[in-house]
Design a protein around this ligand. Structure first.
Ligand SMILES: [Zn+2]
Length: 249
């Protein structure tokens, strides 16, 4: 059977984490369009609750890089220009979630992407209720960051980044002291390709089409929590922490 490499490192990490906090959080799913702040919020959740982020993009890359059985299959699929199937993604996620660092909880990134994947995840978690290795609450906490479409476009297209130190500015919300020049090192700021209107607009549309069924799925099962993502980053974080604290009280 296939197993991920680096288990011992993860195990050691999981043990040290367990000493710091014994509270279980379970799975956390963050939904929201690109630019809504999911990346920042995931990172803050990881740091506060000491749980890993499980990203399907990372898992896929790791499997391909490490030349695992699933990685070989995925590589062949991608080489043919096809999308990696739900089955393959789910199997990679299943193996990743079995690793010791996921025992107390994890933040899912890029998963579930479809309603079918959300149903699959529930079934997996349901199975574990009968498995002694996972005795705590199992259902994912699903938080959706709702943002105003026009605000989102302004936020993303206003981004400027420093190619030297990586700092991000925003011409509308967080401008540099001197126009288009980094405060720290004086480098000329650039607009990253991903932040251009013609790149971001189709990505947001694709997100809306793909993710709506996932949100609908969790809404139907009464587990969708919506948050106003237009509020300042720190306010959103506070709300999220409160939701998570209430859930594992
Ligand atoms: Zn800089």
């Amino acid at each position: 059977m296939w197993e991920a490499a680096g288990n011992t490192v993860r195990e050691a990490l999981a043990n040290s984490m367990a000493q710091e906090t014994s509270r279980d959080l379970g799975p956390v799913v963050l939904l929201g369009p690109p630019g809504a702040g999911k990346g920042t919020q995931s990172k803050r959740i990881m740091e506060k609750y000491l749980i890993p982020q499980v990203s399907t993009g990372d898992i896929l890359r790791q499997n391909v890089d490490q030349g695992t059985e699933l990685g070989h299959i995925a590589k062949a699929v991608m080489a043919r220009g096809e999308l990696v199937s739900d089955d393959l993604v789910c199997e990679m996620v299943r193996l990743r979630l079995k690793e010791p660092d996921c025992k107390r909880g994890y933040v899912l990134d890029g998963f579930p992407r479809t309603a079918a994947q959300a149903g699959w995840l529930d079934a997996l978690l349901d199975d574990r209720l009968f498995d002694n290795s996972r005795p705590t609450r199992a259902w994912p906490i699903v938080i959706r960051l709702d943002v105003d479409y026009n605000q989102l476009l302004l936020r993303i297209t206003g981004r400027r980044s420093c190619p030297t130190c990586g700092r991000i500015y925003n011409v509308r919300f967080q401008p540099a002291s001197v126009d288009c020049v980094c405060d720290i090192d004086g480098t000329r700021l650039i607009t990253r390709n991903d932040d251009r209107l013609e790149v971001i607009q189709p990505r947001i549309t694709a997100y809306q089409e793909q993710t709506r069924p996932v949100a609908d799925y969790y809404q139907r099962t009464g587990r969708l929590i919506s948050l106003n993502g237009d509020q300042p980053m720190d306010v959103v974080t506070e709300h999220i922490f409160r939701i998570l604290d209430d859930h594992h009280a």
